[in-house]
Design a protein around this ligand. Structure first.
Ligand SMILES: Nc1ncnc2c1ncn2[C@@H]1O[C@H](COP(=O)(O)OP(=O)(O)O)[C@@H](O)[C@H]1O
Ligand SMILES: [Mg+2]
Length: 478
């Protein structure tokens, strides 16, 4: 089944979904599609249902009675019944669904958590019917889909009744950065990094910006004013919407402050607690909820077990926290230009700088294995204590070989990232020092030192040092 032309990328996702939807079996097949909002889940599964002649039902926030009526109508229409069935409970509705000729499938229920939130028994009902169909050797292709909020996160987690029953479990993620560049049709890699540092790889944001793409580096500031800082564009309010939708909680002020702390670079648990004015133990729950909903990502320090830093997973939220939040009123009144002028330096240091580091780690993760000698086992950042100098060295891109028991871990690469600095001898010296310090505990015999720069490199660098510039960041994935 051909992927529709308006679906960009997602080739593997489409192939898996198409296989799922078009395979007839004598056992029930349950698929679960999840992912953060705006990543294109509905876009994919609706197209799938249309092309296969299956049922697409998109649940909304509603009472159980209303949802049942909407589901009955959708199912009745789909089956061409003159009058819709009547369901008094999900028990009836799901039993009915499982009795329908599977040739009418696949059956796709989108925003499933809206239903199960109001009707908590629903997942167990589905589970029971799946088990019954399995013992009766009856086929059905049922696809459940939902956004990963803290609620959905729990629904699909290990203890959820449906988990072990799914034959397809697919997470729809943002586009990788090089795909995002193609999706946004940005030619210049420098502009592509800047755009990515604001909108990331979330597909919906192109439309939220009215498909407006910066034409050149000179156009970038104006593009920011035309799109994300423009009150009439959906992108303007998106970060706030995301936070509201995700944080269906009381006490949302504390969640906002936690995100603000991380966005500003206070990203250890202690640092966050200090910034928001609470004890570290008092924000544990909030950190968990934010991580469950995919907004915060804990990132372990590769050198120091048990230490991790938090990062904001959605670039737009970082941008909102750093550039927009404190000036919301001024921005709403349409005076974005003053705000942007004042925020530009903060944007470069707090948004682009850290974001570029993450892009370089993504590069290392996806780079061809020759680059570091072998396929990496782990990529991350880490801090190397330098006791004799009473300081420490932060290593932005650490590439480790897969670990083998009984052997010291092999460091494939140590890298430093600078968005706005020409890199040279002094950066390499720091990396050499880090390698020397690490050689006590790691195999550093083949460690490649790497400089990743958005501003270029001094001439005459040791040719053994790997240099990754903006073009390199993209060209492996053209
Ligand atoms: N693969 C894609 N190619 C082109 N546009 C996409 C793609 N995925 C998502 N979009 C755009 O993003 C919008 C939002 O996607 P949607 O399916 O509603 O996200 P979700 O259901 O994950 O919240 C879509 O309406 C579409 O405009
Ligand atoms: Mg959707």
């Amino acid at each position: 089944m051909q992927k529709p032309a308006d679906i960009f990328a997602r080739d593997a996702e489409w192939a898996n979904l198409a296989e799922f939807a078009t395979t007839a079996t004598d056992y029930p097949r349950l698929g679960v599609v999840s992912g953060r909002r705006r990543q294109g889940k509905t876009f994919l599964i609706e197209a799938l249902a249309t092309l296969t002649g299956g049922l697409y039902f998109g649940a909304t926030e509603a009472t159980e009675t209303e949802s049942l009526a909407l589901f009955a109508t959708a199912l009745g229409d789909h089956l061409g019944q003159p009058s819709p069935p009547r369901f008094d409970s999900w028990d009836e509705a799901i039993r009915f669904l499982f009795s329908v000729d599977p040739a009418h499938g696949p059956f796709v229920i989108d925003e499933f958590p809206y239903l199960s939130q109001v009707s908590p028994a629903l997942p167990s009902i589905v589970q029971r019917e799946v088990d019954r169909a399995a013992s009766a050797k009856r086929g059905i292709n049922l696809l459940l889909c939902g956004s990963v909020t803290s609620v959905m996160g729990r629904l699909l987690s290990g203890t959820a009744p449906l988990r072990g029953r799914a034959t397809l479990e697919m997470a729809i993620r943002p586009f990788e950065y090089w795909l995002a560049r193609q999706f946004w049709e940005v030619e210049d890699p420098r502009v592509a990094v800047l755009v990515h540092s604001i909108v990331g790889g979330t597909p919906a944001y192109r439309r939220f910006a009215a498909s407006d793409t910066p034409q050149s580096l000179d156009d970038f500031d104006d593009w920011v004013l035309r799109t994300v800082l423009n009150p009439v564009r959906p992108l303007f309010r998106e970060a706030r919407h995301l936070l509201e939708e995700e944080m269906n909680v009381r006490d949302s002020a504390l969640y906002h402050s936690v995100l603000a702390a991380v966005a500003a670079g206070n990203n250890t648990r202690g640092g966050i607690a200090n910034y928001v004015g609470r004890k570290a133990t008092d924000i544990g729950h909030h950190l968990t909820v934010l991580a469950d909903s995919g907004l915060l990502r804990p990132q372990p320090d590769v050198f120091r077990a048990g230490r991790s830093v938090y990062r904001v997973a959605e670039p737009l939220i970082t941008f909102y926290q750093v550039v927009m939040r404190a000036q919301w009123g001024v921005l709403e009144s349409g005076r974005a230009e003053t705000v942007w002028r004042a925020a530009k330096a903060r944007f470069l240091s707090q948004v682009v700088g850290p974001h570029f580091e993450q892009m370089c780690r993504d590069f290392a993760l996806w780079a061809p294995p020759e680059l570091f000698g072998e396929l990496p086992g782990e990529i991350g950042a880490g801090v190397v204590p330098d006791h004799s100098r009473r300081s420490q060295i932060e290593v932005d891109v650490v590439v480790m070989a897969p670990a083998y028991p009984g052997r010291p871990k092999k460091l494939l690469s140590l890298g430093e990232v600078k968005w706005g600095e020409v890199m040279g001898r002094r950066h390499v010296e720091r990396l050499e020092r880090a390698r020397h310090l690490l050689s006590k505990n790691y195999d550093t015999s083949e460690t490649v030192l790497a400089c990743y720069s958005g501003a270029g490199f001094e001439p005459g660098l040791d040719p053994k040092v790997l240099t990754v510039g903006l073009d390199d960041l993209y060209k492996s994935f053209a």
